[in-house]
Design a protein around this ligand. Sequence first.
Ligand code: ADP
Ligand code: MG
Length: 311
Amino acid sequence: MNILDIQGLTKKFGDFVAVDNMSLTIREGEIFGFLGANGAGKSTTINMVSSLLRPTSGVIRILDKDITKQSRFAKLNLGIVPQDLAIYEDMTAMENVSFFAGLYGLRGAELKERANEALEFVGLSDRAKNFPKNFSGGMKRRLNIACAIAHKPKLIIMDEPTVGIDPQSRNYILTSVRKLNEAGCTIIYTSHYMEEVEEICSRVAIVDHGKIIAEGTKEQLKATITDVKDLRIEMKTAAGKEGEQLKSIPGVRAVQQDENVIRIQSDVAVDNLNRILKKLMDDGKEIRAIEEQEPNLETVFLTLTGRNLRD
Ligand code: ADP
Ligand code: MG
């Protein structure tokens, strides 16, 4: 069964179309990656799925039920980890989780047990009585997750859960996602970090300007870009303006530069390596290494949009 079915979803803010006629189905049991640059429309989509925002048009179904018609059913089956932390600084960790679990109808001994389980799950049991104002960014993120999972929803949507946190908390969260999935939860994992999506997701949708521009398994997505080669050129010194200028060479689709490394996505069919190298050498660059890289989700994004995910 589809756990989430989005059909023709659109959200306009005035004249601006943030989500543009989007359709997407998520099957039970997946870890689904929702990948896109900042401003792509990911959070707007999620806010509509969680009924925080009203769609301009379109239908959203959770387990085959229209969320506007069966809002309680939708709420009980859904756990949302919002991009902006939704925790109360003046309540203890335990009180926070209990509060959210209570909103989902849990009471008494069951509420206490589930709240304890959720805190344990995110590794905050020993901080249950502490106030989040003294927590690190990563601990707050983990508490945010505990608040969303105590009621044991079938579908959990995490909106950029690892932005701005330390690597240890990040790994903890990625491991939690896998464990939740193994325990039977379907996860939608929203991120602009393609490494994370590549690491944990079984299927991916790439969203750009409110539209899904590619969807499939990682392997399927990478297989769509057989007509593009991904070159990595390492120089002795940092690149200057030549990075931009390389874009005018025939066949070059996208260029990114990071210090002394330039990455170029270029048409396989166009022989332009000589021109690329000549341009760099004419600018006095000493080339240390050239390699052709395996495509990754970043390459897919670049090839489709001509832009870098983090621009
Ligand atoms: P993402 O989560 O992918 O970074 P968002 O869904 O937050 O993107 O935003 C998509 C676009 O919609 C952005 O251009 C953003 O500025 C715009 N947007 C989001 N919320 C509002 C709002 N309440 N009013 C006007 N524009 C908005
Ligand atoms: Mg967002």
